[in-house]
Design a protein around this ligand. Structure first.
Ligand code: MG
Length: 360
């Protein structure tokens, strides 16, 4: 099965109010579609930094497309290696984003041709995965809005809720976490995400206090490049440390695993080079006894989390729901997200959304 065409469409749209720090924050999404005969496959990557998507599109169109078109679509490992080598001197960065969108599209195509969900195509460990609510906790919310959002997500059947910290004084953030814990009761999973905003000393101060509130994990307290500092923190923290959404290769995850620098790994398939690399990262984590809780993109990650033995939970983050057909939304029931039964990722871009947000 030869790849006959690779299309790249860039979309730019305002970020949801619940997940932005500036009122005019925008997000860019690059949709990559591969075509082979009557079949097609869809992959995607994203940037919350303006211009990132434009740069990714340029890489796809000028550097990667010639390496993909004409190739056997089943040879995802070979195509991945060619894309890696062609961009190695650029560093991982946006190269890993561009490779991700194409690699995801190729895997989607293969599973669509086989007529099975990607989760099944990859080996199928389970039919549903625990899911927690995310992406609805702005720093700009006051405590009552924060609590209302958390309660709403629990009411929708999600197993837990994540809230963001790190933009206010430590004691104030701690009070916000406490208010949400009191509202949810002692049994709901409650995750806290600092988006790399703390120093090691802040994180060491906060970790035992979060543990007292029964926080399930403390996410990205520090810049994810600082693996040594994470190792110091993870050794002392009574609350599990989660990290990974900014890491872009199996080597970066292996460094965390070797150093015991995290308790939960959070790879993002669209950030780290696609399905091919994600599966290797899951194996690296498994060998170290570490669970995988993928970052963002539940529409895509539900299939990967269902296909690996060491997945923990998926992040239900509704920011991109509007891009796909409404009937394709992932179903959540009694704390779990169900694996969709449509072939591939089972996602179709909604034509109205593409028309409205397309960047020429
Ligand atoms: Mg995060």
């Amino acid at each position: 099965m030869r790849v006959e065409r690779l299309d790249a469409q860039l979309l730019r749209f305002p970020m949801l109010a619940s997940h932005r720090d500036q009122p005019d924050a925008q997000m860019e999404v690059l949709l990559a579609t591969v075509h082979a005969g009557d079949h097609w496959g869809l992959g995607l990557t994203f940037s919350v930094q303006p211009g990132g998507g434009v740069a990714v599109r340029a890489l796809v169109e000028h550097v990667l497309r010639p390496l993909v078109v004409g190739q056997n679509a089943y040879h995802t490992e070979r195509i991945w290696a060619a894309m890696y080598q062609a961009t190695h001197r650029l560093g991982r960065g946006i190269a890993a984003l561009a490779i991700a969108a194409i690699d995801m599209a190729l895997w989607d195509l293969k599973a669509r041709v086989a007529g099975v969900p990607l989760a099944d195509y990859l080996g199928g460990c389970r039919d549903r995965v625990l899911a927690y609510g995310s992406g609805r906790s702005s720093h700009q919310f006051d405590v009552s809005e924060l609590v209302a959002q958390a309660r709403a997500q629990r009411a929708e059947g999600l197993d837990g809720v994540k809230i963001r910290v790190g933009a206010r004084p430590l004691a104030e953030d701690l009070a916000r976490v406490r208010a949400v814990r009191e509202a949810l009761g002692p049994d709901a999973r409650l995750m806290v995400d600092a988006n790399e905003r703390y120093t090691l000393s802040d994180a060491l101060w906060l970790a035992p206090r979060l543990a007292e509130l029964g926080v399930y994990w403390f996410e990205e307290p520090l810049d994810a490049e600082h693996v040594d500092a994470y190792a110091l923190l993870a050794r002392q923290s009574p609350v599990p440390i989660a990290v990974g959404e900014h890491l872009q290769s199996r080597h970066a995850f292996a460094a965390y695993a070797r150093q015991g620098a995290a308790h939960i790994l959070q790879p993002d398939v669209a950030m780290l080079g696609g399905v091919t690399e994600f599966l290797k990262i899951a194996a690296v984590a498994d060998a170290a006894g570490l669970p995988i809780a993928p970052h963002f993109l539940h529409q895509f990650h539900i299939h990967l989390a269902a296909a690996i033995p060491n997945s923990l939970i998926v992040e239900h983050f509704p920011a991109l729901d509007f891009l796909f057909l409404p009937e394709e939304r992932c179903e959540v029931r009694e704390g779990y997200m169900l694996v969709p039964r449509r072939p591939g990722f089972g996602l179709t871009p909604r034509p109205e959304a593409v028309a409205e947000y397309r960047v020429p």
